[in-house]
Ligand binder design. Sequence first.
Ligand code: BG6
Length: 485
Amino acid sequence: MLHVDKNFSFILFGASGHLAKIKIFPALYLLALKKRLPEKYSIIGFARTDMTDTAFRTQFESAVRADMGGEVNESVLQELLSHVTYHTGDYTKVEDFKSLAKKLTAQEKSWKDPVRVTYLSIPPSVFAPVLRNLCEGGIHDHKHKGRDFRCIVEKPVGHDSASFQQVRAALYSCFQREEVYLLDHYVGKEAIRNIFYLRFANPVIERLLKNTIVKHVQIAALEHAGIEGRAGYFDQVGTLRDMFQSHLLEMTALLTMRLLEDDASMKASRLDALRKLYLPPASDLSEIVMQGQYQKGTIGKESVKGYLEEADIQKGSKTPTYAAMKIMSRSSRWAGVPIYLRSGKRLKKKETRISIEFHDSTALGKDISRNRLDIIAQGEAGMKLFLQTKIGGSEPAFRPLIMEDPLVCMGDCFVEHSLLLLEAINGNQTWFLDPEEVQTCWNLIDPLQNYLSKDATPLHLYKAGTIGPEKAQEFIRRDGHEWFE
Ligand code: BG6
């Protein structure tokens, strides 16, 4: 059974941020609830806001309660909170890191082989000083040759290829390769890892995944949610960087990579799959990418604001909240198969899905539609195989036959951040990204983002609660396909 087998100090930079509240605190609670934490550990929030330990514990506690919807094990939560403290610090001041290092050394004195885990959930503007101060302030201890330190970095790492290179240089000038954990939480989701395992375990599916059988692929990450109070971040970033640069491209890699037998080669194979991806030649980039932005509307019974009316969004912002793009793979198996990626906020439903459409069936009779395989990772998670069966009568006519099974985790299941934290503390990098993967993704996204950021590039508006902009339909219809909703 997976558990954290080393005593650790966990230092969260950006401890008062949104991600900490919605993902990291609940993930730590779930590890405690499942009794996966070691005897000795500490969780330290580091941020600029001046706060006492008690005030920080209250924030931590409320975040866990909010996430668990009231169903909290009180003794587990109180025990966990007894390990939580706060360190007020300026990201740019080395003294604040030195005082923290002192605290850590005192606390870890009686621990056997402690691991220091730093988690960076901070804006790109403070990345460089934090990295420098981690090293110069003694939190990263060079004497241990990198065996006892981890630096977990949330995506997106960088803003484009050039800024990623700077972050990368700063990261690796201070830390060893095995100390850096580049995190994409989609790659931590059991249901998304399942894309890889389904292929492994089912040769029947694996044999279908090639260009002689597949007509086209759609990979979609559709969201109900808006920007959830993250205007400062999202308005600078937009959907292409936020969802495509890592989440959707990594899903594409899991689908198109070569399957190799062991975990060590799995990362290399993922990278190879990403390197084989390319943007199809186009006389105009509008043929391979388009963008949209939500206006006010209704989701379920709730009326929601338009993007431009959200708090702290720049007046007249052109930041996309929706995008669709087309990509292809040079791998001999996938050559010629268009892969369409799509993601948007404030849409009709929350769903993350891969749809693989197969070539035309022989036109034996009426109403034949193409076979299709859906792997639904979020939403009503499951697998669906769309077949055709003949209806009774002398004339051959057909109806769809859908074989489906929910993909429910039935074993030792974790939410993504719990699983990734556990793996990082234990030193397992398999499901974290290699810097070359991140670089390759930026190389693919950069030209499209540059095009989308131009004043002259159209931004197609859509009503919240719908399936997205009208133009998105035209975008895929041009190639003779339809979005699967
Ligand atoms: C994050 C993005 O990486 O993923 C968010 O920054 C997005 O904008 C989120 O909402 C979606 O994650 P999930 O796990 O809810 O599908």
